[in-house]
Write a protein that binds this ligand. Structure first.
Ligand code: GDP
Length: 597
């Protein structure tokens, strides 16, 4: 970015994610999402937008966008080197030893990532002999030709973007799954872009070659178009045809991983400073916090005091991916650990410190930094407060982002929600998806003043933290009926309340006094009920309403009073009115708003 005197120019690629665009403009992704929404585009933070769209947003935010020359590789782009890599770079050379490559699987939805991860896991004969792998910890290892390979098993895309966002970049190699019948799709491109930005080599697994409509040549052509030139065309991208479903080509894929790994420096110091990345974490009712950590340097041991993000604790127990108790874990080993005080976020780096006291101090420091960063309080979006917003005319519909465990739960929820729509206030589902509640959902909710509703899912801790910072309400249910009940309540609050008027008293104007600086005051006698300060008031002359507003001041003798009952004399001024005449009638009333039943 550069200043050219008047407007700031910014170089943007042909396509960019909202997150990266925000970073480029040093703005918040939410501002951009809002801006896009105003232009009728719903986007989440990891979504790619094309240059033209980005340029419009940029210009509205005071930047002049210039298309970056394609194919020009910027080494410095996204070049923040993750902490663990920097630490390894500073380790004494003689202590460095090879470690197994860490692989993550990315690709477009439905191209077969999950099937492939399962298939590879089953090539692990030892795992099978151990009685099958029951414990799913978000990562596993397999052996190929006597060498271990570590796979990150979290839904690839989310894990990778979360890691990338935090500069953790945990993987050494990316397997990009492309279905041979479907070809290169938007998420294929996005994944390739992320891998490139992180300088992580890509191996393409061309999946579903068993399908009759698989078209390998077409896919290769498409890959070449996005800069992944097949090695058989003299490029440097290895493309391995596989069928994850039929478990064909898996050996070749593992072989390719070892081959690519051999050309890289996949090393660490097992005796060095312990550092790594949180792969996933959850709270288990029986076991407390269970976190999967990927050790990237040094050797983690039971009894170590770990600090991960703003969570810490002394490790009570450690398990490998097969659920077996272990005491030590070296570089590239994923381990499930028990003993952390709280649930860290996936992608948080972790380290070890000497004592729990040190850990506490470090965490306090980090918490303070977070608090300062989140100092500006955000407008909250809760079911209750939506009501106020509606009254202020800000919100005309109850916007929901719905996440459910399975597709089968989404349908009945959406159908029932549609049944709730009443009058001109509507429930609008902005997004309905299966899966846990993540940061993207909270971003979208914050930008669109929606609430996030989960059904049989969890909100990850990063999402919760963001929700807290942004004041987004997350509600999680396990019974559809309860979910509906709450939404219905919110809707009732939002339905334009009926106004119920109650006349509380009448007074008659007997005389008019002029008081300097205050204006005219009506000297009155209260005929029935009472006159109350602040209440509504009508000035009626010969049956005609001249003015309606509030009782501004109310005096009995010389004193300001709250109310004056029937039979008493008082001085009244009605807001915005001066022209009293003896004989005018003043009608005092209150207005209550009642929710529509
Ligand atoms: P993901 O969204 O990328 O994780 O995709 P999945 O692994 O869930 O696979 C999507 C669908 O493609 C499922 O119905 C799989 O059974 C199917 N599938 C995956 N791999 C293959 C394959 O090699 N051949 C065929 N015919 N179908 C496959």
């Amino acid at each position: 970015m550069s200043e050219n005197g008047r407007s700031k120019t910014i170089q943007l690629p042909a396509s960019i994610t909202i997150r990266d665009l925000a970073q480029a403009m040093q703005s918040s992704p939410i501002e951009i999402i809002k801006n896009l929404m105003l232009n009728g585009v719903m986007a989440n933070i990891n979504q790619q937008i094309d240059f033209d769209t980005a340029a419009v947003v940029a210009s509205e935010m005071g930047f002049e966008a210039i298309l970056d020359v394609p194919d020009q590789v910027h080494e410095e782009e996204d070049g923040e080197i993750p902490l663990w890599r920097r630490i390894i770079a500073n380790e004494p050379a003689e202590q460095l030893a090879p470690r197994s490559p860490v692989v993550t699987i990315l690709g477009h939805v439905d191209h077969g990532k999950t099937t492939l991860l399962d298939a590879i896991r089953h090539t692990d004969v030892a795992g099978g002999e151990a009685g099958g792998i029951t414990q799913h910890i978000g990562a596993y290892q397999v052996e190929h030709n006597g060498r271990l390979i570590t796979f990150l098993d979290t839904p690839g895309h989310a894990a990778f973007t979360a890691m990338r966002a935090r500069g953790a970049q945990g993987a050494d190699i990316v397997i990009l799954v492309v279905a041979a019948d479907d070809g290169v799709m938007p998420q294929t491109k996005e994944a390739a872009a992320h891998a490139r930005a992180a300088h992580v080599p890509i191996i393409v697994a061309m999946n579903k070659i068993d399908k009759p409509n698989a078209d390998a040549d077409r896919v290769k052509q498409q890959l070449a178009e996005i800069g992944l030139i097949p090695d058989e065309w003299d490029g440097d991208t290895i493309i391995v045809p596989i069928s994850a479903k039929q478990r064909r080509g898996l050996e070749d894929l593992l072989e390719a991983i070892n081959l690519v790994g051999d050309n890289m420096q996949i090393i660490a110091n097992p005796r060095g400073q312990v550092i790594g990345t949180v792969i996933e974490a959850e709270r288990d009712r029986a076991k407390g916090v269970l976190a999967t950590l990927l050790v990237q340097n040094g050797t983690l041991e039971v009894g170590d005091v770990v600090v991960a993000g703003t969570c810490y604790g002394r490790l009570r127990a450690m398990f490998d991916y097969r659920g077996r108790k272990i005491r030590k874990a070296g570089p590239s080993t994923p381990v499930a650990v028990m003993g952390l005080s709280d649930v860290p976020s996936a992608g948080d780096p972790f380290q070890i410190v000497d004592t729990e006291r040190d850990a506490k101090l470090l965490v306090e420091e980090r918490n303070l930094a977070h608090q300062q960063a989140a100092a500006a309080p955000k407008a909250a979006i809760t079911l209750e407060q939506l009501f106020d917003r509606f009254q202020a005319g800000e919100v005309r519909e109850l916007r929901l982002i719905i996440k459910a465990d399975v597709q089968g739960s989404l349908e009945p929820i959406i159908n029932s929600l549609n049944d709730l729509n009443k009058g001109d206030i509507k429930v609008r589902v902005l997004l309905s998806e299966t899966g846990n509640i993540g940061e993207n959902d909270v971003m979208l909710a914050s930008a669109s003043k929606a609430i996030v509703v989960g059904f049989n899912v969890q909100a990850d801790s990063a999402a919760r933290r963001l929700a807290e910072a942004e004041g987004v309400s997350i509600r999680i249910y396990d019974i559809i009926y309860r979910l509906m009940e709450d939404v219905e309540k919110a809707l009732k609050g939002m339905l334009e309340p009926e106004e119920k008027e109650t006349v509380i008293g009448h007074a008659e104007v007997r005389a008019v006094f002029r008081i300097s600086k205050v204006g005219n005051i009506a000297g009155c006698r209260v005929l029935d009920g009472e006159i109350r300060r602040g209440a509504r008031m009508r000035v009626i002359r010969r049956g005609e309403v001249l003015h309606e507003s509030n009782v501004h001041s109310l005096k009995h003798l010389q004193d300001d009073v709250r109310e004056v009952k029937a039979g008493y004399e008082c001085g009244i001024s009605v807001k915005g009115f001066e022209d009293y005449q003896p004989g005018d009638s003043l009608e005092c009333y209150t207005v209550e708003k009642v929710a529509v039943e």
